[in-house]
Design a binder for this molecule. Structure first.
Ligand SMILES: [Zn+2]
Length: 387
């Protein structure tokens, strides 16, 4: 699925020769940086973890559980990450069970941008998961679908915030900024209304993502001033990559590469997993890597209908992190906290956290411990490999 031939060619070529336009300074995290990425530890415990436990309730749109979870998400960013902007995108729609009544859907968008950018100037790595749960079976929790991915993103926001703050402060002090590579930000979208109420159709599914993609595609950013800055026409076109997490938290997931135009990004994510495993920084012991397609299949995973579709229709580049096959607990009552594989949940936090830090070029503000010694031992290691 190519949106336009020249753009696709650039992206495909970049996997081999150079980095894509939005990440011209892409530099892998050092081993010491990978080691320093914190574990979510108990915050992601399903019973009393401060991030995950409050999400493990039924949270069907239009019910009190929806409001409870919205409050939890907002409260976290207000109290723990006050530099992030918070925005709601609201819509209503009747559903097959609402008897004609309009049901509210509310997408939460939290964002951390360089302080110097004007509207439309930043390009935004966009991390996405849906926070609603399925109407049936009654009492369904949806731990992998997608409470755990939401909690992972809350954790990742905290991990990157300190580094992002330092980078923005240093760049602002130097008067830098104003290029595509420098104007990188991050946004996290917690989507509502992903699930069908009765049966998955174009109308009964993706209520939140359809409303958001539509609104963002039709809302022009204000004209930039001065005009020398790179300017994105709409909020939709500010998305540098739409990284969608779904159905994560069961053991031994197999996430294929779904799209040729983002296979290069998949490869970065897979490489991070491989490096973390070889450094023994992951806890899980799956029979195969979570992301097995880095060297082989390029973008041939059997595609899955999900929240990326309305955005992809608007030309957004998507990295879909969803296992194939789906977890065995999928859409069953047993998709609850007790059936999460916690080493796998924590490992996803590390993998995604590292990917985000790398994408945002955080080696620029990483103080390598004992830098000269590291370089020497690195050379020695290379000689051993050559020999
Ligand atoms: Zn689902």
């Amino acid at each position: 699925m190519f949106f336009s031939l020249p753009h696709s060619l650039i992206l495909l070529t970049s996997a081999i020769l150079f980095q894509p336009p939005t990440v011209t300074a892409y530099k892998p995290l050092s081993d010491s940086f990978l080691r320093a990425i914190p574990s979510p530890d108990d915050t992601i415990d399903p019973v009393n973890g401060s991030l995950l436990a409050p999400l493990l309730i039924p949270r069907v749109p239009g019910t009190p559980g929806q409001k409870t979870v919205q409050h939890h998400l907002v409260n976290y960013f207000q109290t723990e990450l006050p530099r992030w902007s918070i925005e709601w995108q609201n819509s209503t729609s009747p559903t097959p069970i609402s008897g004609g009544a309009e049901i509210p859907f509310a997408n939460l968008i939290v964002r951390r941008e360089p302080p110097w950018v004007q509207p439309g100037q930043s390009n935004l790595l966009t991390l996405v998961a849906h926070y609603d749960s399925k109407y049936q079976p009654e009492g369904f929790i949806g731990a992998t679908d997608s409470a755990a991915p939401c909690a992972m993103l809350m954790h990742v926001a905290k991990v990157v915030d300190a580094h992002v703050t330092r980078m923005y402060d240093e760049m602002a002090a130097l008067g830098e900024g104003g290029s595509v590579a420098m104007d990188m930000g991050i946004q996290i979208i917690f989507l509502d209304g992903e699930e069908a109420f009765i049966k998955w159709t174009d109308e009964d599914s993706l209520y939140g993502s359809r409303a958001l993609a539509s609104e963002w595609s039709q809302t022009p950013n204000p004209p930039s001033s001065p005009s020398k800055f790179y300017h994105h026409r709409t909020p939709l076109s500010q998305i540098s990559l739409f990284l969608l997490l779904d159905l994560l938290g069961a053991s031994s997931p197999q996430v294929p590469s779904y799209f040729p135009t983002t296979h290069w990004a998949y490869t970065h994510l897979s490489t991070i997993e491989t490096r973390l495993r070889s450094l023994q920084l992951l806890e899980s012991t799956p029979t195969a890597p979570f992301l097995p397609d880095a060297n082989g299949t390029m973008g041939h995973g059997h595609r899955v209908s999900d929240d990326h579709l309305p955005f992809m229709g608007g030309g957004v580049e998507v990295l879909h992190v969803i296992p194939s096959p789906f977890p065995g607990v999928w859409h069953k009552m047993v998709d609850d906290g007790a059936h999460l594989d916690m080493p796998t949940v924590r490992d996803w936090c590390r993998i995604v956290g590292a990917f985000v830090l790398e994408w945002l070029d955080m080696m620029e503000v990483w103080d390598e411990p004992g830098e000269e010694v590291e370089v020497e031992s690195g050379m020695a290691e290379r000689k051993r490999w050559v020999a």
